[in-house]
Design a protein around this ligand. Structure first.
Ligand SMILES: [Zn+2]
Length: 267
């Protein structure tokens, strides 16, 4: 598991938060006052409880904000789920537990990393989707939501068709993957808080702000989180962002189920 902290967090958390909050406010100010922008957070690579995972849950619970959690089926055991359960109220509507890649393995020999990519047979893809769902439904029970987040935010068109056949309600890729159209709602993410690859902190912050601006202008704000890669500064920034979003009536916190009701978001 990569625990590298992005260059962004070499900048003081107050500065990151201030710039992000200013960008959000400035972009919203150009829109109609009755604008309502669906806004969600998606935490990836869930399944192994850790100090950072519990801190993530505590942050969202304290702010009473909804969180979509992409669980890696092969990582989740009954005892790990019991540990998770001790910090997440089963009667709360804050948690949208859904499916990530079976064991988060890359199967492509060349090109970009992908677990559900073009080099695998349809039988293998279907098998991994089915056994993943069965495992999560068995352990998580009725709280499991049938949405799929493919590792590395991408999958082949065959997988999208399989998701529909297997009764999934939606997929969550990244903005830019829609060149492969999905036959089911795509709750795509378009802001990356923790896996940014810029080599220097200043360009990382500039690009983060650009992502917020583009996301708000397109009327769909999906923020991707990776708790293993968060340090204290990253938690401070996240907590501040939750407060900014909660205080802004034009940003409407939702979970993936929102997109079933309204259909795919505008690109
Ligand atoms: Zn992942």
């Amino acid at each position: 598991m990569d625990t590298t902290v992005a260059q962004l967090y070499r900048i003081h958390s107050d500065t990151v938060l201030e710039r992000a909050a200013q960008t959000i406010a400035r972009t919203l100010a150009r829109l109609s006052p009755d604008t309502s922008i669906p806004t969600f957070f998606r935490a990836d690579d869930v399944g192994v409880p850790s100090q950072n995972f519990f801190a993530l849950i505590e942050t969202f619970a304290r702010r009473r904000m909804v969180l979509c959690l992409a669980v890696v089926p092969a990582w989740l055991t009954r005892s790990r789920w019991e540990a998770v359960r001790r910090c997440t109220d089963p009667h709360s509507h804050l948690w949208c537990w859904h499916q990530h890649g079976w064991n988060h393995a890359n199967h492509e020999r060349t090109g970009k990393k992908c677990e559900f990519g073009p080099s695998r047979s349809e039988w293998d893809l279907r098998s991994d989707l089915r056994r993943g769902r069965q495992r999560l439904e068995t352990i998580i029970g009725t709280e499991f939501s049938p949405f799929f987040t493919p590792p590395w935010n991408r999958c082949s068109s065959a997988v999208l068709d399989l998701l529909l056949q297997l009764g999934f309600h939606g997929v969550s890729r990244s903005s830019g993957e829609q060149k492969t159209p999905a036959p089911l709602p795509d709750c795509f993410i378009n802001v990356d808080l923790h896996t940014r690859k810029e080599p220097d902190p200043a360009s990382s912050l500039d690009n983060l702000c650009s992502e917020f601006e583009r996301a708000i202008r397109c009327g769909h704000l999906g923020i991707m989180l990776h708790h293993q890669r968060m340090n204290d500064g990253a938690f401070t920034v996240l907590d501040g962002l939750l407060a900014v979003i909660a205080a802004e009536p034009r940003l409407q916190p939702v979970d993936f189920n929102h997109f079933i009701e309204t259909g795919p978001s505008p690109r």
